[in-house]
Write a protein that binds this ligand. Structure first.
Ligand code: GDP
Length: 207
């Protein structure tokens, strides 16, 4: 008998903030899958997380971009961790803060806790050097990773293919990394991203 049909998706209403991690001992090391969200400040990372969870104000929509150099852990139905990496690439951030960001990334990625990486970029623009760096962290992790191209509602349909191609080329994405057009505002792409997350959780659960 296949276990496939017994697998239940997590209850996305059963969500709680767990903690902010700043050092190695803060990271949960149990076997729950860790779905990691990364993106440039202001790309809409909080909005995307809120849309996926159907919450209005769960991941705080940033009032002060770049001010948070810690990793937020959310517990999703005791089934997975949603890991919110600090936004990067905020123009007014100091050298010292950039270094703290890099050190925190090194700490997290060295622990090898990641199950699935979700990198959010702006569908309107060529990814920045910081986006390329973040993509390199995910690529080097050897774990599955996907790109959410957010703010789809802000481009014309005729621009879609070209913009997706620019994102793919600039981030040097391996073929297996999907780029999912998304709008946190309108909800486009939500079902596709959730299906992807659940698929990775299911694989993880089945060992
Ligand atoms: P964060 O800094 O990456 O967490 O970004 P926020 O979630 O705070 O979003 C930054 C700004 O972009 C806010 O004004 C959001 O309302 C807006 N925003 C986020 N996602 C979308 C989207 O899909 N479409 C549009 N039009 N605006 C968005």
């Amino acid at each position: 008998m296949s276990m496939e049909h017994e697998w239940k998706a997590p209850n996305l209403h059963n969500v709680a903030f767990l903690r902010s991690a700043v050092k190695e001992s803060d990271f949960p090391t149990d076997s729950l899958p860790q779905i990691v969200f990364a993106g440039k400040s202001n790309v809409g990372k909080s909005s995307v997380i809120n849309k996926l969870l159907n919450r209005r104000n769960f991941a705080r929509v940033s009032a002060q971009p770049g001010k948070t150099i810690h990793i937020n852990y959310f517990d999703i139905d005791k089934r997975m961790y949603l890991v919110d990496l600090p936004g990067y690439g905020y123009a007014r951030v100091s050298k010292a803060e950039q270094q703290r960001w890099g050190t925190l990334m090194e700490t997290y990625f060295a622990l090898d806790l990641l199950t699935l990486g979700i990198q959010i970029v702006d569908i309107r623009h060529k990814p920045t050097w910081d986006d390329v760096t973040m993509a390199e962290w995910f690529r080097a992790s050897g774990k599955p990773w996907v790109i959410i191209a957010n703010k789809l509602d802000k481009i014309k349909k005729s621009q879609l293919e070209e913009n997706l191609a620019v994102i793919r080329q600039t981030l040097l994405l391996p073929e297996e990394v999907p780029v999912i057009p998304f709008s946190a505002e309108k909800g486009y792409g939500r079902d596709q991203v959730l299906a992807l997350i659940f698929d990775h959780m299911r694989k993880d659960d089945l060992g």
